[in-house]
Ligand binder design. Structure first.
Ligand code: COA
Length: 330
């Protein structure tokens, strides 16, 4: 299915991270993966598989929660009651996705409190794209269409992966995301076919969001640290470059069809290879953004921290008296 899958031909990476595993159990585990079995929480799994899943599912959950913030700021200002209702429903869905994913990560033994703590103290990452401001209504339209489209490309592929609880969460999430994408597309079409001011507004948003969207799929394959392991164990079902290419293939023609342009004059499909060629986005900017130094990182975490503090009394009231209550930041 994927043209350029990232591989570890001599198994160098996998041999080094599984050196302490029981070889018989490891071989059984890998044959189950090869046969397309789902791995369930109580099944034997290599320590590195568990560690990688927790890292990835947790980052994904945080992305859904933080991802609700840029769009959430537009609920009160959405043009018209119907758009307001639709946006409110979308934002609620995103928070629900976060909850599903936290539950999937909890099956691997990391508590929700620990995950929340790692988010609000800046230890865990979340998607680069949510560290940019949604300056105009057109930004919220571009996010709902193209970022949700990128998410679907990634999640639809990974829902066919190996870890049962993550795949089942992704199935449900993709069903809801497909409505978000239609909602976002409708908003972009409305602006792109509207007045010159509306058209200029959506073009401006697209220009600003293009680089973060290109970053969204992760660093180029040759610089991806985790792809070889994750793809061998079918957690990631396509490499970063494969997913980026699939997104470009599906959405660039749709963007151009609307008469909109993209801020990369080298962007084109190479008909011989079937792959898209483009100017590499600035990967230094990406590193800065994912390591806490993007335009909105501090603001995003401050909002999440405040929500955690405001909800502390509820969690305290609900805790059984016999349980020692562990609260993030306590
Ligand atoms: N935003 C933030 N960080 C990112 C990123 C992005 N768009 N893409 C990659 N990174 C980070 C990785 O988390 C990793 O950092 P870490 O080692 O500190 O955890 C580092 O950059 C190297 O990247 P790579 O080795 O390619 O990571 P990966 O194999 O996990 O691939 C994703 C990155 C995002 C493609 C992958 O984790 C994934 O598919 N996640 C699930 C979907 C998801 O989270 N979507 C986002 C919101 S809808």
């Amino acid at each position: 299915m994927y043209g350029n899958a990232y591989v570890d031909p001599e198994n160098k990476i996998v041999n080094s991270i599984t050196a302490n595993e029981d070889p018989i159990k490891l071989a059984e585990f890998e044959s189950r993966i090869a046969a397309g079995d789902k791995i369930e929480p109580m099944d034997w799994m290599p320590a590195e598989y568990k560690k990688q899943l927790v890292r990835m599912i947790e980052q994904h959950a945080h992305s859904e929660i933080i991802g609700a913030l840029p769009e959430g700021t537009w609920i009160t200002r959405a043009p018209g009651f119907r758009r307001k209702l639709a946006l409110m429903a979308k934002v609620q869905d995103e928070i629900g996705h976060g909850q599903l994913l936290y539950s999937a990560a909890e099956t691997l033994g990391k508590s929700r409190e620990a995950m929340t703590n790692d988010l609000i103290t800046g230890k865990s990452k979340y998607s680069n794209v949510f560290n940019y401001p949604a300056k105009t209504w057109a930004d919220s339209a571009v996010i709902a269409w193209l970022i949700d489209a990128g998410a679907i490309v990634n999640q639809l592929a990974n829902s066919k992966g190996s870890y049962g609880p993550y795949c089942r969460a992704l199935d449900r999430i993709c069903a809801e995301e497909s409505f978000h994408l239609k909602y976002g597309h409708d908003n972009v079409v409305f602006l792109a076919t509207g007045t010159p001011v509306q058209r200029a507004m959506v073009q401006d948003a697209l220009n600003r969001w293009w680089e973060p969207i290109m970053h969204f799929f992760g660093p180029p394959d040759k610089e991806s640290i985790h792809s070889a392991t994750l793809m061998r164990w079918k957690v990631k079902m396509g490499s970063n470059d494969d997913m980026r290419n699939m997104f470009l293939d599906m959405y660039v023609p749709k963007i151009w069809d609307l008469g909109l342009t993209l801020p990369d004059e080298n962007l084109h499909k190479n008909e011989e290879t079937g792959r898209w060629e483009y100017t590499e986005p600035n990967w230094e900017v990406f590193k800065q953004v994912i390591n806490g130094n993007g335009p909105c990182n501090k603001e995003r975490l401050a909002v999440r921290r405040k929500a955690e503090e405001n909800g502390r009394w509820v969690r305290k009231a609900l805790a059984k008296p016999s349980e020692k209550y562990v609260t993030p930041l306590s």
